[in-house]
Write a protein that binds this ligand. Structure first.
Ligand SMILES: Nc1ncnc2c1ncn2[C@@H]1O[C@H](COP(=O)(O)OP(=O)(O)OP(=O)(O)O)[C@@H](O)[C@H]1O
Ligand SMILES: [Zn+2]
Ligand SMILES: [Zn+2]
Length: 808
């Protein structure tokens, strides 16, 4: 008989990063399973914990008892519990954070448990004490029921199926609500009413125009991006009965009421046949293998994924598909839902806590066989995985920048091993790390070089913007781009314009003294926001009205610099007034479903130009796009990061890939101030292989990945002197422990972080480059343990990032 449970408690410190033993009270004996969460006494507190094992005896005496379980069934299965150990080891995180990251956030929030009588069960089956409660209401709060019957009875009956248990997030107040101005009735009636009203106010007409273009609820804020100070006009339209004011929750499932067009497997092309064969073999024989599917944009990778999954489902197994958050576009979701219908769960950051939890439950209950989601979907609690697919595998968003600092690719491969199934990494521009592994034969390389329907990769032209300036063109559009845009407008074809905003912000500078507005808490310039006329810090959230005078020299020549999408939109309005523009950036896509609306409108040719940031570079598959313009190719080249060339190449290749995917041929114009840069030139030639070779040479010379592994130690504290003392100690300790100078390990530091101060904390770092360093993990653990007390008592912060993707 199991008497004792080993529990990982939610007390996140290095000393408590092990399991503690607890006695299982008699009434819980049948209700407890490994993988459930429990409440246990810890010191003089009560804390949450995860049961990771049962045992009969313990070496510790005077054990305390578990207070109560939190779950009716395990939230983590055996494999995930093991995966937690893997994460803790590989990313140097605490076990408790490894377990927490695998669960839907709703389970971490405060919630109430409710019980309802299961279908087909009757009130008569309940003990007399509970009857009155259930007669009064269908859904009974667990706490109320517990006052009347022992909780062990509730757990037992819930597990036996008498009750269904549901969770409701407690502080509903967290759910954002917003006032929306909703158009009256349907479109026809709206028009009718509009005709009757005979509006004259100019602003009101402008507002109405927005509704005519996008017949949907809007917030004041959204309206005011187009019509400034529109609130009173909106309210007048309400009083005239054309609009209604309604309060909505920010979150609503955009796919809820959507019907998805059913699709059938397409006959594969020769190339697709060739690449899918080894994947299907691996599925059939349940062998673990990692495939790198390198297929040019528009070569039909997604169809290969879909048909692989089909096979997996036929075998009664499950599939995980990861896509980058920003390409979790409706188009992508539609392709999976269209093929597999309600067998698909979708997980992305736009869902509310409750919605995410619902999707997660579908997975747990085996109601779905496929999950499509962003990074954290890799932890989907499937138990019989037949394939794991990572689309756009080069995307750095697969690396979590917070604790635990895991990379979804590593987790995918680990789970692939556990489930004896293939892992498919797909990309038109694989990461250097993955391609190097494929070259070595660690991954199985599969290549698709042709686009569908024999359509050609677009012709790319590089325009030197310095030359434009010399010839007197000061506009943000080169002559060539403008000419080609005009042509598209004449032919009613569509244009995608991308503003590369990575590592770039529209800062505010004094033209008199050169002073740049900086955040008082962080060592970073403030970003200008036109709509609100404010400047904001993207690191700490500081914001203020844009000053009218320079804080330094009091001159009023204070101006903002840089080209935001809004500014481009304005300029488009001036030079191509007839063009209809859809702008997509963080400002226009914050509202739930707005992404979808904008893209659908573009797809339905309600606009000629789609203007946006990186978020438009991926996944779009629209036949009518024949021109792609990149307004500033180089802004991502100047970030202090050894991956900046790789990222620029990837971005340019991806966005070029949006043009000419179907019958109409495509063209691309790349505007740049550094036309000689190799990443721009190889992107022009669509030449991944040569780019790869060239970049590998540079990485080798600079001793960077994939030739070396990296570990980045970052230390921060409010006191500069103390921060420096700590990083100095750490650096010299690490030097002493690791094979610095003798082997191939290099230790760089102490050095100031690229951003010296964030949120009033100074930051220093030490970078370790190594090839083979058996002592690394134990050394780093010692560092964390040594400074454990300083972290708790003095507010010191040490973060260790193995294989960092952000060098900040
Ligand atoms: N076997 C096929 N027969 C006909 N059409 C196909 C076939 N496979 C894919 N397609 C179509 O070709 C187009 C491009 O395919 P898909 O979007 O899957 O390419 P991709 O490689 O994923 O592109 P990207 O990496 O640029 O997103 C799509 O419209 C898709 O429906
Ligand atoms: Zn000044
Ligand atoms: Zn700040």
């Amino acid at each position: 008989m199991n008497r004792i449970a080993s529990v990982i408690v939610d007390v996140p410190t290095a000393q408590t990063d092990r399991s503690f033993d607890y006695l299982i009270p008699d009434e819980l004996k049948d209700n407890l399973e490994v993988g459930m969460r429990v409440i246990v006494p810890f010191g003089n507190r009560q804390v949450q914990g995860f049961v990771i094992a049962f045992k009969e005896t313990s070496t510790v005496s005077g054990l305390k008892e578990i207070i109560e379980p939190m779950d009716i069934e395990p939230v983590l299965n055996q494999e995930l519990l093991q995966l937690g150990e893997f994460l803790a080891n590989e990313t140097l995180c605490l076990k408790i954070s490894a377990y927490q990251v695998m669960l839907p956030p709703a389970l971490k929030a405060k919630y109430d448990k409710y019980i309802t009588l299961a279908k087909d069960r009757e009130i008569g089956e309940l003990p007399k004490e509970l009857e009155p409660l259930f007669l009064k209401q269908k859904k009974v709060n667990w706490k109320d029921a517990e006052k009347l019957v022992p909780s062990s009875y509730l757990y037992r009956q819930a597990r036996a199926g008498l009750f269904d248990v549901s969770y409701e997030i407690k502080n509903k107040g967290n759910k954002k609500k917003n006032i929306y101005y909703v158009p009256f009735s349907d479109q026809a009636q709206f028009l009718n009413k509009l005709n009757q009203l005979n509006l004259t106010g100019k602003k009101q007409l402008q507002v109405v125009n927005i509704y005519l273009q996008d017949f949907a609820p809007h917030t004041v804020k959204q309206i005011e991006t187009k019509v400034p100070n529109a609130r009173s006009s909106l309210n007048q339209l309400v009083s005239k009965g054309l609009l209604k004011k309604e309060e909505y929750e920010e979150y609503r499932d955009p796919y809820q009421n959507k019907k998805f067009q059913e699709t059938k497997a397409l006959p594969l092309t020769d190339e697709q046949e060739l690449v899918i064969k080894p994947i299907l073999d691996s599925i059939e024989h349940s062998t673990h293998e990692v495939f790198l599917l390198h297929g040019v944009t528009g070569s039909g990778k997604t169809e290969v994924y879909l048909q692989s999954i089909e096979k997996v489902m036929k075998n009664g197994k499950e599939a995980i598909v990861l896509v980058p958050e920003i390409s979790l576009t409706p188009q992508m979701v539609e392709r999976f839902k269209g093929r597999f219908g309600n067998k698909v769960a979708v997980l992305h950051s736009g869902l509310s806590l409750g919605e995410k939890y619902d999707e997660w439950r579908k997975i747990q209950r085996k109601e779905v066989q496929v999950v499509v989601g962003a990074r954290s979907a890799i932890f989907a609690p499937f138990e019989n995985i037949g394939i794991i697919i990572i689309d756009e595998e080069h995307e750095t968003s697969y690396k979590q920048e917070d604790n635990p600092r895991y990379h979804a690719r590593d987790v995918a491969i680990e789970r692939g091993k556990n489930h004896h199934c293939p892992v498919v990494l797909g990309s038109a521009t694989p990461s250097l790390e993955s391609f190097a592994r494929a070259q070595k034969g660690v991954y199985h390389l599969l290549t698709m070089q042709k686009r569908m329907n024999n359509s050609q990769l677009p012709v790319v032209e590089i325009v030197d913007m310095r030359e434009e300036l010399r010839t007197g063109n000061r506009s943000m559009f080169s002559t060539a781009l403008l000419e080609k845009m005009r042509l598209r407008l004449e032919r009613s074809e569509q244009i995608v314009l991308m503003l590369n905003r990575r590592g770039y912000s529209s800062f505010v500078m004094c033209r008199n003294c050169g002073y740049v507005l900086k955040c008082p808490n962080c060592d970073i310039s403030l970003t200008y926001h036109k709509v609100t006329d404010q400047v904001k810090c993207h690191y700490c959230g500081f914001e203020m009205r844009t000053p009218k005078q320079c804080p330094e020299c009091s001159s009023n020549h204070i101006r903002f610099f840089g080209t935001g999408t809004q500014k481009v939109e304005e300029e488009l309005g001036r030079i191509l007034p007839e063009a209809r523009v859809i702008r997509m950036d963080v400002d226009t896509t914050t509202r739930k479903g707005s992404h979808e609306k904008l893209l659908t409108a573009f797809q339905e040719k309600k606009a000629d130009i789609l203007l946006g940031t990186q978020m438009i570079a991926k996944g779009l598959d629209f036949p009518n796009i024949t021109l792609v313009g990149v307004l500033s190719a180089d802004s991502s080249l100047h970030i202090p990061d050894f991956r900046s060339s790789e990222r620029t190449f990837q971005l340019l290749t991806q966005v070029s890939g949006r043009a000419g995917r179907h019958e109409l041929p495509g063209e691309v114009i790349i505007q740049t101030y550094t036309p000689e840069h190799y990443s721009i030139n190889f992107a022009k030639e669509h030449d991944y292989l040569t780019f790869y070779q060239y970049e590998m040479m540079i990485r080798k010379r600079g001793q960077y990945p994939p030739f070396y592994y990296l570990a980045l130690i970052n230390v921060s504290h409010e006191n500069l002197q103390y921060t420096y003392t700590v990083i100095e100690k750490i650096t010299s300790f690490v030097r002493g422990q690791l094979a610095d100078g003798k082997g191939e390990t290099l230790i760089l530091g102490p050095a100031v972080s690229p951003i010296l101060k964030i949120k009033n904390r100074y930051r220093y770092q030490c970078l370790i480059k190594y090839k083979n360093e058996p002592n690394l993990i134990s050394t780093l653990k010692q560092v964390l343990e040594h400074f454990q007390e300083d972290q708790v008592k003095r507010g010191l912060h040490i973060s260790i990032d193995l294989n960092p993707y952000s060098m900040m």
